[in-house]
Design a protein around this ligand. Structure first.
Ligand code: R5P
Length: 295
């Protein structure tokens, strides 16, 4: 038992007000400590942004190009990611439990690429998410899609469960083939996700008016990378998105399908966290590629 500490003088600093600093992320100030702590494991508090390495594509596409062997193709990259976006199957089988970045778990699913994709259900229990120590659960939301109401209900149920356990909910705005990818649609879909409980939102960058999408969404927005582009164009996309208010990227194919994924993710980091210009980042990519960054 500790002895009474009456021999050492005390310093209450009564003249110094208690620290009361706002949390660094948009819309997150009134969340509880556990949820904020998990968000700080997704977003870097210094830049307020994140590089999420997305490789959950197999949940409806199977062994996508670049993801045939996650142990060989992805594990060497995870040290460069703030967060991993993946399924529980790949997490358990292929990711070392020594990884300490945030885990964003794919939490909805159902149909494969062979069927109607918008027909998703919640695909995990909250016990399983807690057991896997995830920072966030990601749910696909099909605003304007055939199963719109169900997908919104998936989001609200996951937000209820996540809030109970201090786990964030990532609303993923999914754009069907029939819907136009423009700022008007992205504003609508992102705002609906935020209004109905998403802690943050993933959407797509659009050329015209993306800053109105980020401005009108009260929670952080990250952008998906989309289909593989030449490296310089993908870096430009990431740059334009963060400069117009995105809190980072959730990038998959433009990293793991790159000619040199390790060089690419490091270049993306510079754009996201250090405001590198696209040309500077592309030069870094080329240098790292020449030096033979581990692929
Ligand atoms: C789609 O399968 C997933 O939601 C991906 O996590 C997301 O689309 C980001 O990956 P990509 O940058 O390849 O679009």
């Amino acid at each position: 038992m500790a002895e009474a500490d009456d021999t050492v003088s005390k310093d209450y600093r009564a003249d110094v007000p208690a620290r009361n600093e706002p949390f660094f992320l948009k819309g997150s100030n009134h969340l509880d400590w556990g949820l904020k702590n998990r968000l700080a494991n997704i977003f870097d508090a210094r830049s307020g942004r994140t590089v999420m390495l997305a490789f959950d594509h197999g949940y409806f596409l199977g062994p996508t190009s670049g993801l045939e062997r996650v142990d060989l193709q992805i594990v060497p990259l995870i040290e460069h990611a703030d967060t991993l976006m993946l399924t529980r199957g790949i997490l358990r089988t292929s990711i070392p439990p020594t990884y300490t970045g945030g885990i964003v778990l794919r939490a909805s699913g159902g149909p494969s690429i062979l069927k109607e994709l918008s027909d998703e259900e919640i695909a995990i229990s909250i016990d399983e998410a807690v057991r896997l120590n995830v920072a966030a659960m990601a749910v696909q939301v099909f605003v304007g899609g055939e199963h719109e109401t169900r997908s919104i209900h998936n989001l609200t149920r996951l937000a209820d469960l996540g809030n109970r356990h201090g786990i964030a909910t990532l609303g993923v705005t999914a754009v069907g083939k029939e819907l136009v990818r423009d700022a008007k649609y992205m504003r609508l879909a992102s705002r609906i996700c935020a209004e109905l409980g998403a802690t943050y939102v993933k959407t797509y960058y659009v050329e015209d008016g993306f800053e109105t999408v980020t401005a009108s969404c009260p929670v952080p927005i990250v952008i998906a990378g989309g289909k593989k582009l030449p490296e310089a164009e993908a870096l430009q996309l990431a740059h334009d998105a963060v400069q117009q208010g995105a809190a980072g990227v959730d990038m998959g194919r433009n990293i793991f399908q790159s000619a040199n994924p390790a060089a690419m993710i490091q270049a993306v980091r510079k754009v996201v966290h250090e405001d590198f210009k696209p040309r500077e980042a592309y030069e870094l990519y080329q240098t790292l590629e020449k030096e033979g960054a581990e692929r």
